[in-house]
Design a protein around this ligand. Structure first.
Ligand SMILES: [Zn+2]
Length: 462
């Protein structure tokens, strides 16, 4: 029997001993009253919290990003270097492209930077890939490609592919399965014990890769998956939990209202809630119209809610929709938003406090690898709502430290629900900090995480 005794941990501000047997917290008592255990940890008064839940990220994309060239710091140099290093004919995969920093990117520019090389560069949002001519040829992007393959007036592809991940994946040469171990270690080091993978997967193949990683504890946490509308009725394999159905309302080609209503009804019939990706005002208004017609079920969510006009707050609340948002974008991209986002949308960026005040449950997430992967950074940004340069972003006021942390403490199946607590009888999914909670929340950071326990097993120790 795996038993563990956490000595002198601060739970809800009181110093206690906490005993774990198997995968469950079994007893909490005054220091020195719970006997001995196989493994004892001196916590020194550090805060013991439930393990954090990241309610929206992309595990396979996180693993792939680790093996890619990051072009965020300078696209031309990074690609020239990668081209010089790679063996002849090998693909170069790059991430982090942002047109405001690097300018317009198409196949011609890639061909000049890496002559003859198959190159694919992902937009920082994850919504677009840019392919070089050799890459386009390798994936067979000829005259009869799918919608989403942008073309010049003469019919040649520009190299830009919008929301075609599945199509692209089926045509790329086989690679080794992505290494999820580094992702698992990183999540554990942040105190994360549960995640929802919000990828709109169209085939269950990706789920099997994740289920294997959970079974082998390469991913040492609870994993819920979404999948797109085509997988509404599918049951995830292994120990994967079934999350909501992910519906992407693409920014440049919104679906027709009746099509969206159909997706909502299909998921609700299963029954499953939906998670609708809305990063623009238009997408949110469309989603709300669809919910008005199809009805909502508990657990229905809006992902991101990057722009929420005031008049949408009451509708979200009346429909019982949860918002799963990413406050860390305020820090990571706030300075760009202040220049690029249309003036009328700026006050409405990444709301938290005003959603909560309107009675809309709010869950926290990172959207890694498209946002910073440290949930503690999101907690910090939810509190001060400042860009990296220190500018306030959006009209909302910041959350209190406790409310910001609670964004990441709700049950995986109920983002925005009541925060979990460390209690006897609860799963032993725990995050131990090296200092008291109030001190950690002065400057929230994963640096404060001293130990993570997931399912009763220590998955990280500093
Ligand atoms: Zn996402």
């Amino acid at each position: 029997m795996n038993d563990l005794l956490l000595r002198r941990a601060a739970v809800d501000g009181a110093e206690v001993d906490v005993r774990v047997d198997g995968a469950t917290v079994t007893r909490i008592g005054s220091p020195g009253t719970l006997g001995r255990a196989e493994r004892e940890i001196a916590c020194g008064g550090g805060a013991l919290l439930p393990g954090l839940h990241d309610h929206h990220l992309h595990l396979l994309a996180m693993a792939a990003a680790a093996g890619s060239v990051d072009v965020a710091g300078g696209l031309d140099d990074a690609l020239r270097r990668a081209h010089a290093r790679a063996r002849p004919g090998a693909w170069v995969r790059a991430v982090g492209y942002d047109e405001s920093a690097s300018g317009v990117l198409d196949r011609r520019r890639l061909d000049a930077l890496a002559p003859g090389r198959p190159v694919r560069v992902q937009h920082r949002s994850g919504a677009m890939w840019v392919l070089s001519s050799a890459a386009l040829e390798a994936v067979g992007a000829g005259p009869s490609g799918p919608a989403g393959l942008e073309r010049e007036p003469d019919g040649h592809p520009t190299g830009r592919l919008f929301r075609l991940d599945g199509w692209l994946h089926d045509r790329l040469p086989d690679h080794d399965p992505p290494d999820l171990a580094a992702v698992g270690r990183r999540l554990a080091s942040c105190g994360v014990t549960g995640v929802t993978d919000c990828t709109p997967t169209t085939s269950p193949e990706a789920w099997h890769v994740l289920a294997d990683a959970v079974r082998h504890r390469t991913l040492p946490c609870t994993v819920a998956v979404t999948g797109g509308p085509a997988l509404s009725e599918a049951e995830p394999p292994g120990d994967l939990r079934r999350g909501p159905v992910k519906i992407v309302l693409s920014d440049h080609a919104l679906p027709d209202l009746q099509e969206l209503v159909g997706w909502l009804r299909r998921a609700h019939r299963v029954p499953r809630p939906v998670a609708v990706h809305c990063v623009t005002r238009a997408a949110l208004v469309l989603a709300l119209a669809a919910w008005q017609e199809a009805g909502s079920v508990p657990g229905d969510r809006v992902e991101h809610a990057s722009v929420t006009p005031v008049h949408c707050l009451a509708s979200l609340s009346a429909l019982g929709i949860t918002v799963v948002t990413q406050p860390a974008f305020l820090r990571a991209r706030g300075d760009a938003y202040l220049h690029q986002v249309e003036e009328e949308d700026r006050p409405d960026l990444y709301r938290c406090a005003s959603l909560l005040e309107a009675g809309v449950p709010v869950g926290g997430s990172t959207d890694a690898p498209f946002g910073p992967d440290d949930p503690w950074l999101a907690v910090a940004a939810a509190m001060d709502r400042r860009s990296a340069a220190g500018e306030p972003v959006g009209l909302d006021t910041g959350l209190t430290a406790a409310a910001a942390l609670d964004l990441f403490l709700a049950p995986l199946t109920q983002p925005g629900g009541a925060a979990r607590a460390v209690r006897a009888g609860q799963p032993a999914d725990l995050c131990l900090l090296g200092l008291p909670l109030a001190e950690a929340l002065v400057q929230p950071s994963s640096r404060h995480v001293a130990m993570t326990v997931s399912g009763g097993v220590v998955t990280y120790a500093r």
